[in-house]
Design a protein. Structure first.
Length: 224
């Protein structure tokens, strides 16, 4: 329905959501259904690539298949894999699926991406968990992330096991250059830093990765 219930403002009203076109001034702009007002074409609107719905879980990895396959990692390393947030959002849960491995302690967090594309400063630590178990772990958090790339990080003082997304069943494999000179097909780009668990999630801004890994562990975030 087209409505002009306010002078010089045209409203395109749907059953639930509306767009408002403000022609009262040169900077009136367009107000999108989420309340965001776009005043120039370059400013972008409130319509993201895909919407995040409160209470729903989203995989940070670009894979859609889960598996009973288990990946066992190595103790005293910070493992990280790439995640993309397509709009500003608040996360209230972080979930992953440990499965087996040596008994010990582990932690989970998220790093910011530096200008060189590698992990930089720690954004937040989600929490700790007991390594060696087979139960899914869900961490209650309240973290606001702006649109962009981040690195999901895991670290343990024992060799942790995780259920993983299967490479064979992945809808898309990405040919990427890892830590080295050869191009390898990974389902999700992963790297690691040889850092002791006792040292925690250190600032990685001035540290080079120790190696690469095809990290595609089952994980998800929930929008709060």
């Amino acid at each position: 329905t087209l409505i002009c219930d306010t002078n010089q403002k045209l409203k395109v009203a749907g059953g639930v959501n509306s767009f408002v076109f403000d022609a009262s001034s040169g900077t009136g702009g367009i107000t999108w259904p989420d309340g965001t007002t776009q005043t120039t074409a370059a400013a972008g609107g409130g319509a993201p690539e895909i919407g995040y719905k409160t209470g729903y879980y989203y995989q940070p990895s670009p894979l859609i298949y889960s598996s009973t396959t288990v990946t066992t990692l190595t103790a005293d390393r910070i493992y990280l894999f790439l995640m993309y947030i397509n709009q500003d959002v608040t996360i209230d849960r972080l979930w992953l699926q440990p499965f087996g491995g040596s008994a010990g302690n582990g932690r989970v967090g998220v790093y910011n991406m530096d200008s060189d594309g590698l992990p930089g400063t720690l954004n937040f630590t989600a929490g700790t968990y007991t390594v060696g178990g087979t139960s899914a772990e869900e961490f209650t958090i309240s973290e606001s992330l702006t649109q962009g790339y981040y690195w999901l990080a895991i670290q343990a003082d024992a060799d942790p096991g995780f259920r993983r997304y299967t490479t064979a069943d992945a809808q898309t494999n990405y040919g990427i250059t890892g830590f080295g000179t050869s191009v390898q097909n990974y389902s999700s780009m992963g790297i690691y830093y040889a850092e002791s668990y006792a040292g925690g999630f250190i600032d990685l801004s001035s540290t080079n990765p120790s190696g690469d890994a095809s990290l595609n562990i089952c994980s998800a975030m929930r929008v709060g």
